[in-house]
Design a protein around this ligand. Structure first.
Ligand code: PEP
Ligand code: MG
Length: 590
């Protein structure tokens, strides 16, 4: 690395996982120039290989689009020539020979995507070698360039690039999938930064679960960072400082110490009940994705698991989990949490979570597509395997089963029929399980919220999934940084929907919890408390902050505050009101 002084760059993104880190960057863009290995793909793996290739094409297209935008902005209209090169590269991503021949090789020759692409490149080079036209010859370097980019984006390399990190570093990438994030080892990955993403994207949720500070939606961090360069990450404010001066490093070192002190002080609340000053008790539960999180959730005083995102059992593997694997996973959690309950949410795949073990057709609108319960009802074989696993594990402690993305009563009834079938089978097999296992649904689709009174008659509990409820009711893609400004948890529409779900649950006499990211924010938790919600489920980091809030307020005041929030017209007004009220009895000590 050169000794020259680098420019300081200050970027602001969306802080999605708290903590302050000062460290050196590790840019994940693939390694270029590496020898490509040949792998024979078995028949079942072909679809997955095609998916990997298509995903790499998409990432490449997105990257080029961004570069083009940046060039246009930076050159003030003078960079037409460069822009037309980028356009040409984007065209090549649709090139018949490049794309179709690669796909054909994967399908017919059963070779891995990298090798298929390399073979196609070889053919193209031969073709170009035969032409005399200088212009065309020059175009061959464009092809090389684009192939390089696709190679780099083939997910295997990215994954390798993350898992092979040797020194503790700050990972910087255009985007990270939940699968990438799940491979991050705390200690090695000090923090991560991405160009795209929003607060409730699953990558952000994973960051909080793994307690890795993170800032997403930075738009162009990959273009500004060099591997090995110093970076400061503030996961609370979303500030990222690249090549900071010594004095700025000093300021952040101090801030980091203060943050640690604050974090330690919160542990005082660990063994205390989550009870308001006038004696209203709330149960604070944990959200989990991976078994490794249980210890941290218990350390932070979780009184059970309110949301076990079981889809993470299916990620990072080529085969679907077997019934026994399901049993083992749930049994482990239920035994450790005993006598507290564990809510296992059935497979919620799709949207920004993909499975390598299950080929799901590419969709124009994945968030609105064949995902979660819809997919499970279509693939009842996969669903039944999971339900049998959950039922078998229910013999070891209190498990509840919860269906995601339910949009109407038919879906719920069909899911329950399959659950009953699984029960019948187990009875015939003489297997022990909890025959009266509680069944609930996530309320996260507006249509379900609107018919909550109807649904409440056929379930034991509701859990409000605010992440998707906001996505669908405000029409904002939860992973798209360009619409992140519309992510307004205090939008009057959101508050009204939540209130109506709580009222419906109360009239039907069933319990209701919130398990979306809103539950873990003190200002939102305050409103939920006042609406009468008794269970809140969140990541480890949020548990003690929310407990501290609950112990600082009376239920009576919380009810008054919540009622008042329903009178405002804009999210900003609600936010200002709640923040001012909150400040009178609860100061964030950091
Ligand atoms: C939600 O949608 O609020 C939720 C908790 O589920 P997920 O974030 O996994 O979609
Ligand atoms: Mg959801």
């Amino acid at each position: 690395m050169s000794e020259e002084k680098k420019d300081v760059v200050l970027l602001r993104g969306i802080g999605v996982s708290s903590g302050i880190v000062i460290g050196s960057a590790h840019l994940v863009v693939g390694t270029g120039g590496e020898a490509v290995q040949f792998c024979h793909i078995d028949k079942a793996g072909v679809d997955n290989e095609i998916k990997r290739f298509k995903e790499a094409l998409k990432i490449s297209r997105d990257q080029l689009r961004r570069i083009k935008k940046r060039l246009a902005k930076e050159s003030g209209g003078k960079g037409k020539e460069h822009i037309s090169i980028i356009d040409a590269h984007m065209m090549m991503l649709k090139d018949q020979m490049l794309v179709h021949d690669t796909l054909r090789f994967i399908k017919q020759e059963r070779m891995n995507a990298e090798w298929a692409l390399k073979s196609v490149l070889k053919n193209i080079r031969e073709l170009f070698g035969k032409v005399d036209d200088v212009y065309l010859k020059e175009r061959s370097s464009d092809i090389e360039y684009i192939v390089d980019r696709i190679m780099n984006n083939l997910s295997g390399r990215r994954e390798a690039a993350i898992s092979e990190i040797k020194e503790p570093s700050i990972v910087v990438a255009h985007d990270l999938s939940p699968t990438d994030t799940a491979q991050m080892v705390k200690g090695k990955v000090l923090a991560f930064l991405t160009d795209i993403g929003g607060k409730t994207s699953h990558t952000a949720i994973m960051a909080r679960a793994l307690e890795i500070p993170a800032v997403v939606g930075l738009e162009n961090v990959t273009a500004n960072v060099e591997s090995g360069g110093t970076v400061i990450v503030d996961g609370m404010t979303g500030a990222v400082i690249i090549n900071p001066s010594e004095s700025v490093v000093d300021v952040y070192e101090k801030r980091k110490k203060r943050y640690k002190k604050y974090d330690r002080a919160l542990h005082h609340y660990r063994g205390l009940p989550a009870e308001t000053t006038d004696g209203r008790r709330v149960s604070l539960l944990g959200n989990m994705e991976l078994a490794e999180e249980i210890t941290s959730l218990m350390d932070h005083g979780a009184e059970g698991i309110g949301l076990y995102r079981s889809e993470f059992l299916y990620l990072n593997r080529n085969k679907l989990p077997t019934e026994e694997e399901h049993v083992a996973a749930y049994r482990q959690v239920v035994k450790r949490m005993s006598p507290n309950p564990v809510v296992v949410r059935t497979l919620d795949i799709g949207g920004d979570k993909f499975l390598s073990s299950l080929e799901v057709a590419e969709e124009t609108n994945p968030a609105l597509g064949l995902r979660a319960i819809r997919l499970c009802l279509k693939r009842s074989d996969i669903f039944k395997t999971q339900l049998r696993g959950i039922l078998k594990a229910s013999a070891y402690g209190e498990i509840k089963v919860m269906f995601p993305m339910v949009s109407g009563i038919d879906e719920l009834r069909r899911a329950k029929v399959i659950l009953e079938e699984a029960k019948r089978e187990l009875k015939q097999e003489g297997v022990d399980f909890d025959d009266s296992i509680k069944v609930g649904i996530m309320v996260e689709v507006p249509s379900a919220a609107l018919i909550a009174d109807i649904l409440a008659k056929e379930v034991d509990f509701f859990s409000i999934g605010t992440n998707d409820l906001l996505q669908y009711s405000l029409a904002i893609d939860r992973v798209n940084e360009h619409v992140a400004y519309l992510y307004e948890p205090f939008h009057p529409a959101v508050l009204r929907i939540i209130k109506s779900v709580v009222d419906a649950a109360r009239s039907a006499g069933i319990s209701v919890s919130v398990c979306g990211e809103m539950a873990g924010e003190p200002e939102h938790a305050l409103v939920f408390l006042g609406l009468g919600i008794e269970h809140l489920s969140m990541s480890a980091f949020s548990l003690l902050r929310v407990k501290r809030l609950i112990r600082s307020v009376s239920y009576k005041d919380a009810v008054e505050i919540s009622q008042k929030t329903l009178e405002f017209s804009t999210a900003r007004e609600v936010e200002n009101y709640v923040t001012s009220k909150l400040a009178s009895f609860y100061q964030e000590e950091f």
